[in-house]
Design a protein around this ligand. Structure first.
Ligand code: UT7
Length: 315
């Protein structure tokens, strides 16, 4: 497949580090030096699905495609206010598409998981035009009294439209279960037969374990897609890395020994927006006119599970 359109949508509220230091025992100095984040967008009056719909419409318009021509919609999402139906159904209705759709929970790797699935759907010969939407509101998962996790995340949505092409050169996906290093349990309805305690628990994160996993997994996955596609780091024009922590991105940059210009950043503006992170960055560099036809792009992301994935594609 090839990507022919991108779009993104952000909540209107900007929450900077100074604002967080008024409600948490933290500081701009700590957050900036440990993560690279200066501010993030947080959902206040908006609905996440409205951001998802907005991002989807922008991507369709960028691709010059009518929603009626879509053959599938895949939405990557971890939580939103609907347990059911899937958010992709809300998007499908709002944009006026007729195609089937489903949601996937690939944590922060959702976009790359969706790309690989879209590519497989296309290769099956059954579907041609596929919309991927990633929409996340981690601000509704974290404990806002826990300074270690709440300062890291931001909310947002981004989308990409794909059609037939030979531009996805290689993908590498992985999962290795260490669920207790990064997780959230949500509240379920009362059952008279349930004998277990309530599971409701805000996000739990063992930051240093996630950090180590993320660095190792990203380097391994990037190596794997380079090898599979027969490319070297110097052939790659853009490395779009999940914007979770500037220090993780710097470790990857040091490993591949490529210049800063190849690693666009927006972590200072948005923090970690989970699966929306990579496609938000993709849309930014696309709209800034930084992508030329034929450019080689590496995408890499990692997250709760642990899961990770990378993709090398030609623009
Ligand atoms: O999509 C994947 C999602 N998650 C991630 O990518 C997270 C990956 N991990 C990280 O980014 C880093 O581990 C963190 C940014 C979460 C933490 O950085 P760190 O350098 O590993 O710090 P630390 O956990 O070792 O904490 C150092 C100190 C501790 O204080 P003491 O014990 O040294 O007195 C923490 O209590 O910093 C303290 N601390 C804070 N201080 C001010 C932790 N959070 C904060 C905070 N403000 N927000």
């Amino acid at each position: 497949m090839k990507i022919i359109g991108t779009g993104r949508s952000h909540p209107s509220l900007v929450v900077n580090n100074e604002m967080l230091s008024q409600i948490l025992d933290t500081s701009d100095e700590w957050i900036t030096s440990r993560t690279g984040i200066k501010e993030r967008r947080i959902i206040s009056s908006e609905n996440l699905h409205d951001l998802a719909i907005d991002a989807a419409k922008k991507a369709l318009s960028d691709a010059n495609m009518d929603a009626k021509d879509l053959d599938y919609i895949i939405c990557a999402n971890v939580v939103n206010e609907f347990v059911s139906p899937a958010m992709s159904c809300l998007i499908q209705g709002a944009i006026g598409a007729n195609c089937p759709c489903f949601d996937l929970n690939g944590a922060c790797v959702g976009f790359i998981y969706a790309l690989e699935i879209a590519e497989s759907f296309y290769r099956s010969g059954k579907y041609k035009n596929i919309l991927i939407v990633c929409a996340e509101e981690p601000s509704r998962m974290v404990n806002w009294h826990d300074r270690t996790a709440s300062v890291l995340f931001g909310d947002g949505a981004a989308a990409a439209v794909l059609t037939e092409g030979d531009n996805i050169k290689a993908t590498k996906m992985s999962a290795s279960c260490s669920w207790d290093r990064l997780y959230q349990k949500h509240e379920l309805q009362y059952s008279p037969y349930n004998t277990k305690p309530d599971s409701n628990q805000p996000l739990v994160m063992h930051g240093q374990d996630v950090f180590m996993f993320a660095t190792r997994a990203a380097i391994r996955d990037i190596n794997a897609v380079m090898k599979a596609s027969g490319h070297k780091p110097e052939d790659v024009d853009h490395f779009l890395i999940h914007q979770a922590n500037l220090r993780i991105i710097n470790n990857i940059k040091e490993y591949v020994k490529q210049p800063d210009e190849k690693f666009p950043l927006n972590i200072h503006k948005y923090g970690n927006t989970s699966s929306a992170s990579v496609p938000i960055l993709l849309d930014e560099v696309n709209k800034e006119g930084k992508l030329k036809r034929g450019d080689l792009i590496v995408l890499s992301a990692f997250g709760a599970g642990f899961v990770s994935g990378a993709c090398i594609l030609e623009w």
